[in-house]
Ligand binder design. Structure first.
Ligand SMILES: [Zn+2]
Length: 350
């Protein structure tokens, strides 16, 4: 590369002649010689600064290319996969190599989550991440499950031997609703300013579950919480219908039936019309409808627990397993595949 400015051309010459003998190549970017060129910018008349600055930058980029070139040339030893099992006496050349990076891709579930969050962002929701370890109060107490309540049995999960401040063991959350109390408390000031609380909470949840093609002990949920003035079941239906229609890119119908959760009243179980067969029945849905999520109007006790007056504000919440949503979308018949690490499965999505 040739430089019009004499000072830059001379410096380039000097740096080039020194380059091969420098051990720490990247250090050349911090050299006083190069810095002097940048410092000179402010001493120039304003009309010359742009052209000069452009050339100094070009030199800087050229130096970076030399550095990158040498680093690449020095990096000819293939990286070993130290996480793969191998005998310590295996000769170096036979030890497991890293797969080339082009084999990697975003995990299909994380890809789905990005897509789902994008839909909710466009609907005015914000996202808050769930926790993977929590306390008894957020898992049960704050959600209207009093001590000894039989509904606690439906959320059989894992506990640590370590105790939380309340003397009870920490729990691996069995649902993303553990975040509801925090989300409501954090959003209280919004309500006072006349804005609604509109939050979705993606998270990993855990159950003491016998694992089979439809059940996993570790899976993903997306919680939704919406609170404002005069919010009704109609708003809940509208939000979920809009979301499902956008997600499956088909006009989706909803069917609800009464259900029971301690933290919502009334509570519903929610089925969507099958996106594949228009309710005629197929191998995905059976009889035209797919049960997908639980939802309801947030129980007044849950609002009160977060310091929100249930006579002034109402709201709804839902929890959906988005692994199941993705299984329906792509016709995946075994939930265990997601966390199997099987490349033949993952590569179909890359
Ligand atoms: Zn169907």
């Amino acid at each position: 590369m040739s430089y019009k400015n004499k000072q830059i051309a001379d410096t380039a010459q000097v740096l080039k002649s020194e380059f091969d003998s420098i051990k720490d190549k990247p250090a050349i970017m911090r050299s006083t010689t190069l810095k002097a060129l940048f410092d000179a910018i402010k001493t120039l008349p304003p009309e010359e600064r742009a052209a000069y600055g452009k050339e100094v930058n070009e030199l800087r980029q050229e130096l970076q290319r030399w550095i990158d070139g040498t680093v690449a040339a020095d990096n000819t030893i293939e990286a070993l996969d130290v996480t793969a099992p191998y005998d310590a006496n295996t000769p170096l050349e036979k030890r497991p190599r890293h797969l080339p990076s082009e084999f990697g891709s975003i995990h299909p579930l994380m890809d789905e989550l990005d897509h789902i969050l994008d839909i909710f962002y466009r609907m005015g929701f914000e996202a808050v991440e769930a926790r993977e370890i929590d306390d008894d109060y957020h898992m049960f107490g704050s959600l209207n499950f009093p001590e000894g309540h039989p509904a606690r049995d439906d959320f059989d999960t894992f506990m640590t031997t370590e105790k939380a401040a309340d003397g009870k063991p920490l729990v691996a959350p069995a649902h993303t609703s553990t975040m509801q109390n925090r989300v409501l408390k954090a959003g209280k000031s919004k309500l006072e300013n006349g804005e609604p609380i509109a939050v979705v909470v993606p998270g990993r949840v855990f159950r003491n579950e016998d694992v089979d093609a439809r059940h996993e002990h570790t899976f993903y949920q997306l919680e939704g919480v919406y609170v404002g003035k005069s919010i009704t079941v109609g708003n809940l239906m509208a939000v979920l219908k809009t979301f499902m229609t956008e997600y499956y890119q088909k006009d989706i119908e909803l069917k609800t039936q009464p259900f029971y959760f301690p933290f919502t009243e009334p509570s519903f179980e929610f089925a969507i019309s099958c996106p594949f067969c228009n309710k005629e029945g197929c191998h995905v849905c059976g009889e035209g409808w797919i049960e997908l999520l639980g939802c309801g109007m947030i129980h007044p006790n849950v609002l009160k627990e977060a310091g929100i007056d249930p006579t002034k504000y109402t709201g709804f919440a839902w929890g959906v397993g988005f692994m199941r949503m993705a299984m329906i979308k792509y016709g995946i018949d075994d939930i265990r595949l997601f966390q199997s690490g099987k490349l033949e499965f993952l590569r179909q999505f890359s």
